[in-house]
Design a protein around this ligand. Structure first.
Ligand SMILES: [Ca+2]
Ligand SMILES: [Ca+2]
Length: 569
């Protein structure tokens, strides 16, 4: 067997005169080496077909460009899933929120831990090959934790978007940084928390900071040089189409938020990349920004080569409630579902409504509430909400964290159902206040209250070690929705709301996590509980599946650990 240190040295071409110890120190990483498996190149074509051609790998954040979080791996079935056994655990060194979806390429797993550390592991044993820790600027000021949701890979390069708004390229074989580019100024509230999306020769990213009066954008960088190739501002400047939806006539558009903090999707045939856009700012005081505030709370379809806008659909015009529409655009090909063709987009929105859109044109096909909603009585024929504002000191449903949020839903082409983690019967009282824009300062424009005196007040997306949640402030459910009707097919109630994503399989399993520490497997057709394990920490990532040497694994986060399961030998 080859000495792993020698393999690693060959890869990075360190001067041979250095001692092994010096070499290890220079690498600022563990001295274990990656096996040769990574020599195979990951290109966009491979990402585009991975879900079908190589389901043993997980090459992009949502598992495929369609973002269905659905795997063709079929070793785990309803009949045997009760035999799952823990294989290994990765314990993050960071105690900040652990929201990464790992990538797996030919037996190597790549993940991130907060704030901006990339790690390469053996996907069979959990052994760490290398760690690359980037220390972000103290200027960074994320609203909601120093989160990182994962990496992108192209060729031998990993891409990480940092909390201080840098894009960093890392050599996947060694963990060595190759280049870094400043994307925006963290002192002004810009941050990045998403996993980048590779489309052809480009790395596509977006900026968070919707609570700090930023002007959001999506940008494509050259994957080799890091140079910015195009930038799409999510708020039009005066004179551009859509600028008329910022009716104040002043500078509201310059600080109007519309951030981008969850990874988009891509349709190679249309060459369109789809991204969900966050709330307008100030979050809770719409009186300071009259008009529909495009493209906040919208999905945009951009030409992947140029960044040109092809269409948009706005879910929540002139949002009062911080209903970021950053959810992953789930692309499905489904016949007889209301379009002249099969190309649809499904969306479980933070505003409490589920939508079916035509992804060629952006046209609304159907939609319905999937949780109790009172800010609107329904959707009109064009999908625009019929608003029913509740007024001062009244409870608005869903509350500020929404009917769902950033965590990934799933679609199964096998069951033809869409699955979403929902927060039900959960409300907030919104108290708007005038706020003056100050660079880098919070621009929320109001305060919030929970409706239940003495109960756990307005949960953050994260929580501490003790779970004091009660049903009085809302409950959670996994809901399966039929896209042909927009109606629920089944619900699986949980004792707490959840911030976990969902994975489905071709064998009709559904994997998810809960905030009270369980990993769950449900029957994707019926919602019946098939297996669960108490892992002791909040689930806040997207479970994913891969296989190595014919053995299927399922990885799910709980607390600050990644737990990897497979059938016992
Ligand atoms: Ca409004
Ligand atoms: Ca927000």
């Amino acid at each position: 067997m080859k000495n792993p240190i020698e393999v690693l040295h060959a890869a990075v071409r360190l001067p041979t005169a250095l001692t092994s110890a010096t070499r290890c120190a220079l690498l600022a990483a563990s001295c274990l080496a990656l096996p040769a498996a990574l020599q195979a190149q990951v290109d966009a074509a491979r990402i585009g077909t991975a879900d079908v051609a190589e389901p043993h790998n997980w090459l992009t954040y949502s598992g495929s460009y369609m973002s269905q979080r659905y795997t063709q791996l079929d070793q785990l079935t309803p009949a045997n899933v009760a035999g799952l056994e823990l294989q290994w655990v990765f314990q993050a060194q960071s105690l900040e929120s652990f929201e990464t979806t790992p990538l797996v390429v030919d037996g190597i797993m790549y993940l991130t831990e907060a704030p901006d550390t990339a790690v390469a592991l053996d996907a069979v044993t959990g052994k760490v090959y290398w760690r690359y820790q980037y220390d972000p600027s103290q200027d960074s000021r994320p609203c909601c934790g120093r989160v990182n949701r994962g990496l992108a890979i192209r060729d031998h390069t990993l891409f990480m978007a940092t909390i201080d708004a840098k894009l960093i390229a890392i050599d996947a074989r060694t963990g060595q940084p190759l280049w870094q580019k400043t994307v925006a100024d963290p002192a002004l509230g810009y941050a990045m928390t998403l996993a980048p999306l590779i489309v052809k020769d480009k790395v596509i990213i977006g900026v968070a900071g919707g609570e700090y009066g930023i002007r959001g954008f999506i940008a494509a960088h050259d994957a080799v040089t890091g140079e910015e190739l195009w930038r799409f501002y999510t708020i039009p400047a005066p004179g551009e189409p859509g600028a008329e939806t910022w009716e104040d006539g002043g500078d509201a558009w310059m600080h109007g938020g519309a951030s981008v903090w969850v990874t988009g999707s891509y349709d190679a045939e249309l060459n369109l990349t789809y991204w969900g856009i966050g709330n307008p700012g100030p979050d809770w005081n719409p009186a300071q920004r009259p008009g529909d505030n495009l493209y906040s709370d919208s999905v945009v379809a951009l030409d992947a080569d140029t960044g040109e806008l092809k269409w948009h659909f706005q879910f929540t015009p002139n949002d009062d409630y911080d209903y970021d529409s950053v959810q992953v655009p789930v692309l499905v090909d489904l016949a007889n579902a209301g379009a002249a063709h099969n190309k649809l987009m499904l969306w479980g929105n933070r505003n409490g409504f589920f939508y079916v859109l035509d992804r060629v044109t952006g046209k609304f096909i159907r939609g319905d509430a999937f949780v109790p909603v009172n800010w609107a009585s329904g959707l009109d024929a064009n999908g625009r909400p019929i608003e029913t504002p509740q007024g001062p000191e009244k409870v608005t449903y869903p509350g500020v964290q929404g009917g769902t949020n950033w965590y990934s839903p799933s679609y199964s082409p096998s069951t033809e159902l869409f699955y979403v983690q929902a927060w039900e019967n959960y409300g907030s009282i919104f108290r708007p206040q005038e706020v003056v824009y100050q660079p880098g300062r919070n621009f929320g424009g109001g305060t919030l209250a929970g409706p239940i005196q003495g109960a756990a007040n307005l949960p953050g997306i994260r929580r501490g070690a003790i779970n004091n949640w009660t049903d009085a402030v809302g409950s959670g459910a996994v809901i399966a929705i039929d896209p042909r009707t927009a109606k629920p097919r089944w619900r699986y109630e949980t004792t707490d709301v959840s911030s976990s994503g969902i994975l489905t399989t071709t064998t009709d399993l559904l994997f998810t996590g809960t905030r009270d520490g369980y990993a769950l497997v449900l029957d994707a057709r019926s919602g019946e509980l098939l297996w669960r394990a108490s892992l002791g920490g909040q689930g806040a990532n997207g479970p994913m599946s891969y296989s190595v040497n014919g053995k299927q694994y399922m990885a799910i986060a709980s607390g600050n650990g990644l737990f990897v399961f497979a059938l016992g030998d």
